[in-house]
Ligand binder design. Sequence first.
Ligand code: SF4
Length: 243
Amino acid sequence: MYDPLELAAKVRALVAKGIRRRYYRLGRGGRWYGGIATADCCGCNLRCCFCWSDYPRDHPQRAGRFYTPPEVFRGLVSCAQRRGYSQLRISGNEPTLNPEHLFVILELADEAGYRFILETNGTLIDPEYARSLSHFRNLHVRVSFKGTNPEEFSLLTGAVPRGFELQMEGLRNLWEAGVGCHPAVMASFSPDDNLKKFKEKLSEISPGMTQEVEEEYLISYPPVLRRLRERGIVPYGRIYQKV
Ligand code: SF4
């Protein structure tokens, strides 16, 4: 098993060069959040078995290239303008690995009046990181939990169970710093009772948060299904069929 914080340091060395960050795709459009322009970064500090973006995750030094924050921002805005979007995001892998790079993009989004959705696994958001994020007024953070408890987290990511607590602390830090945020959870591998307990745990951060949980479901990409079979992991049936 690996420690997500130790892996973050190793991956950061491959995907961050000063203010630059490695990306494998800039400016794709999509219907999520009602329409959003997306840049896909390389490199993550988790190894989820259901990840659809595993090549740029596992071979970040071979996927894509380095971009400065203004280059990424221009790619996002050009896509947003073509498609009439007012929202931007970084997705694909873990955007919080290079805060220096991320904060400049968030500043640019604020100045230009775009809403920015930061999709993260939350494990790297300590209190200081959360306070830095609180300065961006157009930011909303979606923390995506990998399972509903430490055991599920460890099964799905192959990481130490403590990583689940890092996710929970990340969400709590954001909430306490006043950053707009909500939890999402991969729920395809969780019995209903575990999901219920997960929501109860979230209510310790804020009672209203249980209403805001976004449930994510496995998408049946063939390589993902093959990986699950190899690892003997069986979903509970809540799956999106790939069409
Ligand atoms: S956190 Fe996201 S990008 Fe990272 S391994 Fe999990 S699903 Fe893939």
